[in-house]
Design a protein around this ligand. Sequence first.
Ligand code: UT7
Length: 328
Amino acid sequence: MLRACILGTGFAVPDSVLSNSDLEKMVDTSDDWILSRTGISFRRIADQKTAASDLAYLAACSALENAGIKPQQLDMIIVATMTPDMPMPATACLLQHRLNASKAAAFDLNAACTGFIYSLAVAEHFLLSSHYKYILVVGADVLSRVVDYTDRNTCVIFGDGAGAVVLGKDDGEHGILATYLAADGEGSDLLKIPAGGSRYPASAETVARRMHYIQMQGSEIFKFAVRIIPQCAERVLERAGLGIEDVDYLLLHQANIRIIQAAAKKMNIPWENVLVNIDNYGNISAGSIPLILAEAVSENRFKKGDLLLLIGFGAGLTMGAALVRWSR
Ligand code: UT7
């Protein structure tokens, strides 16, 4: 059976580290509160010269090298991001130019923290239903640009980074076995950046009212996540005719260690099968899942045939899962 498969992975994070003790000096918080309530110790923060396309470029170069694919072989580039370099053109076009990926179509996809899973599913469909051979999917976010560093409810969580995969296709048992995507727009108010679009274009007033920053009802998102993660797992496993006991590794969107723990417990997935890097990077939105995937690959965590369950959730509200039989 023809399947889309991951040929290479890469990631990039800025050098600069923002620690809990740094945040203690910025807002009324403590290392103890942040660590115990989120599992985060450090986040990476981009310098003023670095935008989403810069991190995307570094992650993409690394994924292409890992896959042994030249940029000129790419048929399509999808960048999942909610912090594009600018509203238009798409960050994917900036990346296409920088990579000199001359024959690749390029577009951005905004499904917030679920963006990488959505992009993976879109890429899979293009690979299986067209002549396309190679697609680059990048998740990249520079959340430090949209985080209000006077708001302790949000500023302790988010960081910057990017992850990338090169997808190809193969005939056999390995690759993407199934995907599942869903959305619940009723929750669109729970996590948002209200201004900067056509509803509230940038104005002196929107800036003064801090409407260009992330606003989040954290505990509602928390409950949503713990509720829908097992549902996403069930749907995607059902589509592949597999059960939770078949899963070798769970790669969840890294939003909060307590969400990861509660979801793993609900799904009966042993903790040693759960990948976690939130302590070092915080929540990187669309960059989160490809980053933890690429980091695990760089540590040789997976062997051929391992079953990876990837699940994302976030603003929209959006949710999605992908089941991957590791092929390398
Ligand atoms: O990427 C996908 C989208 N985002 C998420 O998945 C985030 C999901 N939510 C969360 O991770 C958690 O809800 C948070 C970490 C954001 C907040 O943790 P919580 O345990 O849900 O806290 P809470 O919002 O219920 O607030 C509890 C208390 C409040 O004080 P009072 O009203 O009880 O006196 C907050 O003001 O904790 C206070 N608080 C803080 N205290 C110290 C909130 N943030 C902080 C802070 N430091 N940074």
